[in-house]
Design a protein around this ligand. Structure first.
Ligand code: AHR
Length: 644
């Protein structure tokens, strides 16, 4: 190397080192609009997300259909002076939808020694103090017995009766009975079960048994209040449902059976969910839509597109036609006029007003299909939807595919990566995104801690169900990258959303929100998303980073003149970061700072729900150029009030 060149390189290197880290925001220019629908939620039945989760039903296997061989989750109640037996009784079904019932035969019982049957719920029946539970059961009796039946919530050892009521008037035909059970000032516990007992011999058949605690907005057949509060706190603008793989099912016959999920629960047989258990379908199409309404979020409906997770597909052409019609009917249920067939059905179900549907996704992850038939299936389904509903934006699931010459308005790109990968790719994310059409929907994404523990593998079961602070750092850099590019990334949502943390309940990790029967908690990633989704702004500001591993983004909220800066420090040491904001002459001297920080392995759990949570502080003496010291391994949101 020539000495002059070597000297030049030396000087250049020295000056860039001397220049040190820098973060510049150019508030005099706009890099585009932040999509108003950028932050949403994705949901499906996985990890007991609904049954044993958000859907507030407390009775597990309420229609006795979970196992054709035995009454799973039901057991006999008896003591040394009483006796009973239970058996499935498909010869005496509840109706033409629930094709079985439970026969309870009590052969010995007295007031002091009742006998009957009990349900253990989803890892326990949650007992809360001073709470009203709505119990409903469909029952009939054999000649000679008309009641009473005692329904109660009792401790697992049978010694404590938390609440009970009696039902009488049983007859030879099926009847529905409803009672309210109210607890006193008891200590919360999930070591409890729901019992139905007789205090004399008799034979009773049960067709369906249901028990609800208070629900969000007091909806019958509604949702768990604590989990709903956490979802509302994320300020979601849309809800992608019902999947994910759940919309496809493992087999074609197990696709989400939306039409069979409508109407009274005693007409819903449920179906095999692709995640290894049976879904009650208590969480039906209308419940999904009302869930959106309750969160002030738009529904983003995924329709079945003729491909199922196990590999089966329906050939485009005449074979696909019934499925195209199914998708059209489903959309009609959501937005059709009350004088259409399915709009009328929605009215009959109690919701005459159409829902605010603007986006429909055709299928899910069809790029996994070996036979590669998506293009023709997409073409056929999208032609039919566009002909009837030209106002809807259609989302394809297969980036880069030609779709037989049809256009998608959006493409769904899923991204599950390790934190280190997200750190690497988020820095320059977007440089190579095609900014023409279609728009991008990141309909599933999440950082996991390292690349070796895949979400469904044994290695992953050793880790807690919800992510650690290390994963939240990966989530933070990726969210900042998406926000910087939200002129083209219009919508995004983390997945999976929910996990019941009891052993055996989960199929995937990490998951955003964990819960058991009694309580729910947010992971560090939950709080990272909350910090981003509650502080969005509407205008993207150009940012440049140099000499630092810190990543981030900046936006302006033109409603209140705020500049919102989001920074992620992936280092295990403090980072002192000079920040320069161009185009602003002065700031109000106090800024609000929200910080989430912790050791990489730190996390939250049911026993330590608030181990890692954001804290809000005030930063004073703010100027257009200032140095901010980010805590080690942290996500920081700084909200500055600009004087332009
Ligand atoms: O989020 C879990 C699963 O991951 C989804 O069901 C599927 O779409 C993806 O492969």
């Amino acid at each position: 190397m020539r000495p002059a060149l070597a000297l030049a390189i030396l000087i250049a290197t020295a000056s860039s080192l001397a220049a040190g880290p820098a973060f510049t925001i150019d508030a005099s220019r706009s890099a585009g609009q932040v999509s108003p629908k950028l932050y949403g939620l994705m949901t499906e039945e996985i990890n007991h997300a609904y049954d044993g989760g958000l859907y507030a039903e407390l009775i597990r296997n309420r229609a006795f259909l979970d196992d054709a061989k035995s009454p799973a989750h039901w057991s006999v109640v008896s003591d040394d002076a009483s006796a009973a037996s239970i058996a499935l009784d498909p010869a005496n079904p509840l109706n033409d939808k629930i094709l079985t019932s439970l026969r309870l035969t009590v052969t010995q019982a007295t007031k002091g020694h009742p006998a009957g049957v009990a349900n253990s719920g989803y890892w326990g029946i949650p007992v809360q103090p001073k709470t009203q539970y709505r119990a409903a059961l469909w029952a009939r009796a054999e000649a000679g017995f008309s009641g009473p039946l005692t329904v109660s919530i009792v401790s697992d050892d049978g010694r404590t009766v938390f609440t009970s009521a009696q039902i009488s008037g049983l007859a030879a035909e099926w009847k529905k009975f409803e009672v309210t059970l109210t607890t006193g000032d008891v200590a919360p516990t999930a070591q409890a079960r729901f019992a139905i007992t007789l205090d004399q011999p008799g034979t009773v058949r049960l067709g369906l048994v249901s028990l609800f605690p208070p629900t969000w907005n007091d909806r019958p057949n509604g949702l768990r209040k604590d989990i709903m509060q956490m979802l509302v706190d994320l300020n979601p603008k849309f809800l992608r449902f019902p999947g994910g793989n759940y919309v496809e099912g493992n087999k074609i016959e197990d696709r989400f059976p939306w039409a069979k999920t409508l109407g009274p629960i005693e007409n819903r047989p449920g179906h095999a969910c692709c995640w290894g258990y049976r879904s009650s379908d208590g969480m039906g199409l209308l419940e999904f839509l009302e869930w959106c309404e309750d969160m002030h979020a738009e529904p983003l409906l995924a329709v079945y597109a003729g491909y199922s997770l196990g590999g089966e597909h329906v050939k485009a052409g005449p074979e696909l036609e019934p499925f195209v019609q199914e998708a059209l009917d489903e959309i009609e249920y959501v937005i059709g006029d009350t004088n259409t067939t399915w709009g009328a059905r929605r009215t009959q179900d109690g919701h005459p007003a159409p829902f605010n549907l603007t986006h429909v996704e055709i299928g899910n992850e069809d790029y996994f299909e070996q036979a590669k038939t998506y293009d023709a299936r997409y073409a056929q389904i999208s032609d039919a939807i566009r002909a009837k509903y030209p106002q809807l934006k259609l989302i394809s699931t297969t980036p880069g595919s030609k779709l037989d010459g049809r256009k998608a308005d959006m493409v769904d790109m899923h991204d599950y990566s390790a934190t280190d990968e997200f750190i690497k790719k988020s820095r320059n994310y977007g440089a190579d995104l095609n900014r023409q059409v279609p728009e991008i929907f990141v309909g599933e994404w999440a950082a996991h801690e390292d690349a070796s523990a895949r979400p469904w593998d044994a290695a992953s079961w050793k880790l807690p169900p919800t992510p650690t602070m290390k994963a939240a750092i990966g989530d933070g850099v990726f969210m900042a990258a998406m926000e910087r590019n939200s002129d083209i990334i219009k919508m995004q949502c983390y997945a999976p959303l929910l996990v019941n943390v009891n052993p055996g309940a989960r199929q995937w990790r990490p998951d955003l929100i964990g819960y058991d029967a009694l309580s729910a908690y947010g992971s560090p990633s939950y709080y990272a998303i909350q910090m981003f989704s509650r502080n969005v702004g509407d205008e993207i500001l150009p940012v440049t980073f140099s000499g630092t591993s810190v990543q981030g983004c900046a936006t302006r909220d033109s409603q209140n003149g705020e500049i919102i800066v989001k920074l992620v420090n992936p280092e295990l040491t403090l980072q002192s970061l000079p920040i320069e904001i161009k185009g602003v002459t002065a700031f109000a001297s106090n800024a609000t700072v929200i910080t989430l920080a912790g050791n990489p392995e730190d996390t939250n759990s049911t026993s330590h729900p608030k181990n890692v949570v954001p804290i809000t502080t005030t930063l004073s003496g703010v100027k257009p150029s200032f140095t901010y010291t980010l805590p080690a391994n942290s996500i920081v949101v700084i909200k500055l009030k600009a004087h332009l």
